[in-house]
Design a protein around this ligand. Structure first.
Ligand code: LAC
Length: 223
C-alpha cells in the first residue's frame, strides 16, 4: 500500500479562479472592491449550483453551472452586460492563470507518480484550460466528473477516477485546496492531500486529510 497516483483538483488548486478579476475589471465599470466581491460570489455560486444540481439529480455540465452562476452574480451587483461582453468574460475562464508553483510542482512529481486532473469541470473546459496553461504536458489523464454525471464530493466521482487509473482507490490521492473536496475524497476512501493555500480550518464534516501542505511546492517537498 502506498500512493501511486495523484489526482489534482483544477479550479483553486492548479489554477487561480481569482485571476478572473482583471477581466471583470476591464469589462465591467465597477470599483475594484466590488469586482473582488463579484468574483468571490461567482465562485461561491458556481460551487453551490454544483452541490444543488447533485442533490436535485439534474446534472448539467459544469460550464453551464459556471455560466448560470455568472448571471446570478452579475444580477446581484446590478449588472446586465451585452452578450458579447458576457461571452468575453466567460471565455476568460478558459485562460485562468496557473498558480506560480503549479507547473514546477507537477514537473517534480511526474517522475514518481501517475498524475491526473480530477475535476468537476466538463472535459472540454478542462482540456482547453490544461492546453492553455501547459498543465497538459505534465498530466497523463484528465478525468471529469461528467463521466459519472454528478459532481464531487459524490463518492462516484472519486471511485470513477480510481477505475480510470486502474489503481485501487486507497492508492490514489486527491490533491486539492478545497477543504470540502478533501473531506469528500477522504470520506470516499481515497487518499487526501490538502494544499491549504488560504490557511483555513479543515471542514468539520467528512474525512480528514492525510497530508497538509501550504502550497503545491511544499507538498512536492513533503512527498
Ligand atoms: C474542481 C473545482 C470544483 O473540481 O474546484 O476543479
Amino acid at each position: 500500500m502506498g500512493t501511486d497516483a495523484l489526482c489534482f483538483d483544477m479550479y483553486g488548486t492548479l489554477c487561480d479562479t481569482s485571476s478572473m478579476t482583471e477581466t471583470l475589471r476591464a469589462e465591467l465599470d465597477l470599483p475594484a472592491q466590488v469586482v473582488d466581491d463579484l468574483d468571490a460570489l461567482w465562485r461561491q455560486k458556481q460551487l453551490q449550483y454544483s452541490y444543488q444540481l447533485g442533490q436535485m439529480r439534474t446534472y448539467r455540465p459544469f460550464w453551464e453551472a459556471t455560466s448560470e452562476a455568472l448571471d446570478y452574480s452579475l444580477s446581484f451587483y446590478g449588472r446586465d452586460p451585452d452578450t458579447a461582453t458576457r461571452e468575453r468574460i466567460l471565455d476568460q475562464y478558459n485562460h485562468l492563470d496557473p498558480f506560480p508553483d503549479t507547473l514546477d510542482a507537477l514537473a517534480t512529481l511526474e517522475d514518481e507518480y501517475t498524475l491526473a486532473v480530477l475535476s468537476n469541470g466538463n472535459p472540454e473546459m478542462l482540456e482547453t484550460l490544461a492546453a492553455n496553461t501547459g498543465i497538459d504536458e505534465h498530466v497523463e489523464f484528465i478525468i471529469s466528473a461528467d463521466e459519472v454525471e454528478t459532481f464531487k464530493p459524490a463518492p462516484e466521482v472519486y471511485e470513477n477516477a480510481a477505475d480510470r487509473l486502474d489503481t485501487p482507490l486507497g492508492d490514489c490521492a486527491l490533491v486539492s485546496s478545497n477543504a470540502w473536496d478533501i473531506a469528500g475524497a477522504a470520506q470516499a476512501g481515497m487518499g487526501a492531500f490538502w494544499v491549504n493555500r488560504k490557511n483555513e480550518p479543515m471542514e468539520t464534516i467528512g474525512g480528514d486529510p492525510d497530508v497538509v501542505a501550504d502550497t503545491l511546492s511544499d507538498l512536492a517537498e513533503k512527498l
